[in-house]
Design a protein around this ligand. Structure first.
Ligand code: FES
Length: 79
């Protein structure tokens, strides 16, 4: 009796690129699975996924561009 052992092919995946936007989101090349603190998994199959870093998004952990409003207010306050 022979037992065939197959070694799974090992490929080195391309490093996933994460771009941090000044005062904005982190842009991650998709697709990605986001695991939230409660353990749920959010599958995002977009080409690029924007993760909210300001925690003001109504669709957190995804960015809804609410960070832009904050930036406009800060600019108005300094003018
Ligand atoms: S980073 Fe865009 S809404 Fe938070």
């Amino acid at each position: 009796m022979s037992t065939e052992h197959r070694v799974p092919s090992v490929t080195t995946p391309e490093p996933r690129r994460v771009v941090l936007v000044d005062s904005g989101p982190a842009l991650i090349d998709g697709p990605v699975d986001l695991v939230t603190p409660d353990g749920s998994v959010l599958h995002c199959d977009r080409f690029r996924v924007a993760l909210c870093l300001c925690k003001r998004s109504s669709i957190y952990p995804l960015c809804d561009t609410s960070h832009r409003l904050r930036r406009r207010r800060e600019q108005a306050d300094s003018a």
